[in-house]
Ligand binder design. Structure first.
Ligand code: NAP
Length: 273
């Protein structure tokens, strides 16, 4: 249990900060007493304190002083100033985890202007329902066990993979942007169902359950999607006719290009930091 008795600090109690605190507490990976969170918004802190029973403060320095692992969950635009503000309270006894999209490890390490154990993490929006797909990359001074600590934290809101930092833009293109692609696919299924005469309510509930069920099948059987697709496509049947139409319009190629474009955009935004 890498998190047992670990003091965890979260800077920023917004969407991600709260999802993470909820995951840690609800999965019992951490006890509320071991978690402290800071934010500039007192009303958010009050809500989070009342909901999860954790400690809260308006001082980021307090979070660092009282924690062994600190998750920086603030917007990328302001994260540099928060790295600089908190640097004096950090040393090699503490682990820093940044979830800021597009903020690279060299950028983070440079902002602290001293040796710090850094881990960069890219979760996705499904952290809200504890089904995030999260990638984790190790910084220059991170220790072996630090990856395991980060995995334990983010496994409380979904599943994690470990990647080299130079693949983080590709991660952003796939799992960071992927939920938007999937929502768009669900929307298209609904429109198709309605076009063919189903009521909107019926189409939406069938479309969502279909995507959820297919994902769960891929997850539980661990079979390649092509094998599963082959299994449900009988010769001359309905699925084969539908699939042929998708391919006629370059479905897979379009999705590949969507991931590529999202990856390129992530690289571009990262350069502006
Ligand atoms: N949301 C996602 O799906 C997602 C996915 C992957 C990665 N991320 C990354 O996660 C990070 C957080 O995103 P989010 O969506 O959770 O943002 P958010 O909802 O805006 O949360 C950030 C919180 O930090 C507060 N804050 C602002 N300045 C602060 C300061 N100086 N000290 C302490 N707290 C401060 C903000 O208050 P104000 O509202 O007053 O500014 C807000 O409550 C971002 O870097 C983002 O790139 C998010």
């Amino acid at each position: 249990m890498p998190l047992k008795d670990k003091k965890i600090g979260v800077i920023g109690s917004g969407n991600m900060g709260e999802a993470l605190i909820g995951g840690l507490v609800n999965s019992k990976s951490s006890v509320p007493d071991d978690i402290i969170c800071s934010d500039v918004r007192k009303n958010k802190l009050k809500k989070i304190r009342e909901t999860y029973g954790i400690r809260t403060t308006t001082s980021n320095a307090d979070v660092i002083k009282r924690s062994e692992v600190i998750v920086y969950a603030v917007k990328p635009q302001i994260i540099k100033s928060i790295f600089e503000e908190t640097a004096p309270y950090l040393d090699m006894s503490k682990l820093v985890i940044s979830i800021a999209a597009g903020v690279s490890i060299p950028f983070i390490e440079e902002a602290f202007k001293k040796e710090v154990r850094v881990i960069r993490v890219m979760p996705n929006i499904a952290a809200f329902v504890r089904e995030a797909a999260t990638a984790i990359a190790s910084g220059t001074h991170a220790e072996k066990n630090d990856i395991r600590i980060a995995q334990s934290i983010f496994n409380s809101v979904g599943k994690t993979v470990v990647v080299e930092e130079d693949l983080m833009d590709a991660v952003t293109g796939l799992s960071g942007s992927g939920p938007a692609f999937v929502f768009s696919f669900i929307e298209a299924l609904v429109e198709g169902g309605v076009y063919m005469g189903l009521s909107h309510d019926t189409a939406i509930s069938l479309a969502i359950q279909t995507v959820y069920g297919a994902a769960k099948m891929a997850l539980t059987t661990q079979q390649h999607p092509a094998v599963l697709r082959d299994k449900v496509t009988s010769p001359g049947g309905t699925s084969s006719h539908g699939l042929a139409e998708l391919e006629k319009h370059g479905f897979k190629f379009t999705v590949i290009r969507a991931v590529e474009q999202a990856t390129m955009r992530s690289k571009e935004l990262g350069k502006r930091k």
